[in-house]
Design a protein around this ligand. Sequence first.
Ligand code: HEC
Ligand code: HEC
Ligand code: HEC
Ligand code: HEC
Ligand code: HEC
Ligand code: HEC
Ligand code: HEC
Length: 415
Amino acid sequence: MAWRPKAFSDSANGAWFLLFLFFLAAITISQNAQSQKSESSGNPSNSTASSADKEPPPRHAYAGDAACRSCHEQEARTYSGTAHHLTSRMPSEHSILGKFSPGANILRTSNPYLHFEMTATKDGYFESAVEQPSSSETLSHTERIDVVIGSGRKGQTYLFWKGDKLFELPVSYWTELDAWINSPGYPDGSPRFDKPVVPRCLECHSGYFEAVPQTLNRFNRASLVSGITCERCHGPGREHVVLYSSKTPPRAKAEAIVNPATLSRDRQMDVCASCHSGAGKPLAPALSFVPGKVLDDYLYVPYVPDASVDVHGNQVQLLTSSRCFRNSTMTCITCHNVHKPQRDAAAFSEHCLTCHKAEDCGKFPTLGVKIVSNCVDCHMPLQESEVLVSDTNGRKLKPRVRNHRIAIYPDAALP
Ligand code: HEC
Ligand code: HEC
Ligand code: HEC
Ligand code: HEC
Ligand code: HEC
Ligand code: HEC
Ligand code: HEC
């Protein structure tokens, strides 16, 4: 993908994007590549993957984080605290942020006869829908929390297995309120446990898994590796590990591993875009794309005019529509070190000041040096997502996400 705004406009695109994340109920693998335009400025010799490449690499091509940790202690130590590493976990008292204590474990709904109850027992953690249509009658349905999705930066959603099928649970956790909420995408006040979890969901939120081909939500349960692993950004690393564990390791440049910093700008953006440009439309089985490849061959990501792109999950489209991006060689790693937690918004102003001077800002004459550590408050404001919405007990809850379109927002102000 060439991460420059494309001149063509593609009619069906806007609708695609509104189907983002939690709402994405059924992305089926589609061979429908006809809508995909190859980018004239891309490298044509690079832009067609052979059919052999449209298979995920075999499991044994991967070495796993523990192997990487043994030689790259510095990256691994801080990586364990990042949202990427923590984005999927097995259930435990530490990984589940919602509370199970009496009172705090109840979620009321807009349906007066229905509430949800979350319980922790020696057998695990559970969500139950409890319906009391009359004083003498109680119906309930219970499922176990089997997988925790979300580092908790904004919230968490929980998944459960039914055989080898994976589903989303109806109750999620919302960090801002420190409370249970109705899972986005499930209607308020209805005791449903039927939202399938498609491979694309795990592709963005986990390290590795084997999906049963041509099914909506069947997986090899034992294959799931939780947390985004080093190799999701560095490519399968078994060969690299074997080479450097040998008695005569290569001495020249690093071999058999991808360092995104040394990829071309487009290929480097593709690594992040595989998860930060929306659900898109898969053109090959999940996990077939590996760093260094051309994302366009694996995922159709439409270019959408600025205004219709939601702040949630579309960092790539937003950033690439900024003048900063178009008129420089900026990429995601100009500002982010993905081996460390990225939570201190003020610290990012330093990156702006590598290309700009505070004096360039129209607010400098009136506000002076006060603006120096607040560039992002005004030029990358936090905004509510309009697609990631939870209907909880009659209220609409929307998370605030950092808008990655760096621009002039006339209403933005210092906090
Ligand atoms: C047995 C030790 C060893 C293991 C295990 C290992 N590496 Fe390396 N790795 C090295 C060495 C040594 C280099 C440095 C080569 C050089 O001098 O540039 C390197 C280089 C790298 C580089 C490139 C750095 C650059 O400057 O281009 C990356 C990225 C990397 N390793 C990632 C990984 C990942 C991911 C894993 C786990 C799958 C891993 N390594 C496992 C020894 C190891
Ligand atoms: C295209 C990749 C992609 C897909 C598909 C996707 N997500 Fe996400 N998700 C993200 C990204 C990126 C973020 C965080 C950044 C943001 O909010 O823009 C996120 C955030 C979240 C969060 C909040 C995490 C936190 O710590 O605050 C939850 C919970 C979540 N996703 C659950 C899911 C579930 C469940 C599915 C599938 C049913 C899913 N997502 C599908 C990429 C994806
Ligand atoms: C979200 C993507 C992502 C993940 C996950 C990730 N890395 Fe990286 N890694 C990068 C990028 C981008 C670079 C190049 C830019 C940089 O050096 O920060 C890089 C660079 C490196 C380098 C070269 C550092 C140097 O000084 O040249 C090593 C070694 C490395 N990563 C190891 C790891 C290990 C080990 C893990 C897992 C514990 C890991 N990475 C997880 C994206 C990632
Ligand atoms: C395999 C999918 C995947 C890839 C590849 C990926 N990300 Fe992410 N990223 C996510 C998800 C999912 C989250 C949200 C995690 C959460 O909070 O649960 C996230 C969160 C983040 C965050 C917030 C981190 C924090 O500590 O709060 C940053 C920044 C980020 N990604 C940057 C990048 C960059 C830069 C790249 C490319 C070098 C990249 N990501 C590649 C899936 C991915
Ligand atoms: C890699 C260099 C680079 C970085 C880093 C960078 N910018 Fe820019 N920015 C530019 C360039 C180049 C332009 C376009 C200047 C022009 O066209 O005259 C620009 C334009 C802008 C504009 C004008 C936007 C418009 O739509 O009119 C603003 C505001 C801005 N930058 C703010 C920021 C802020 C805030 C940051 C940090 C979050 C930042 N920039 C980081 C290079 C950069
Ligand atoms: C000009 C600097 C800059 C660039 C370039 C940049 N980011 Fe960010 N990013 C930020 C800032 C500032 C934050 C907010 C940190 C915070 O509030 O804790 C952020 C936060 C994030 C988050 C968390 C969003 C949220 O609201 O929870 C994600 C995900 C992310 N960035 C991904 C990316 C990706 C992917 C790219 C490349 C397309 C990218 N960023 C490029 C500055 C940048
Ligand atoms: C209080 C909000 C606020 C803060 C903080 C702020 N800006 Fe601005 N900035 C604006 C507004 C509003 C404009 C455009 C209107 C104007 O020129 O008065 C602007 C204009 C700009 C421009 C475009 C100038 C042009 O003529 O194209 C750049 C570049 C810029 N700011 C960079 C920065 C940088 C770098 C920082 C941090 C050091 C920063 N701004 C902090 C509000 C802010």
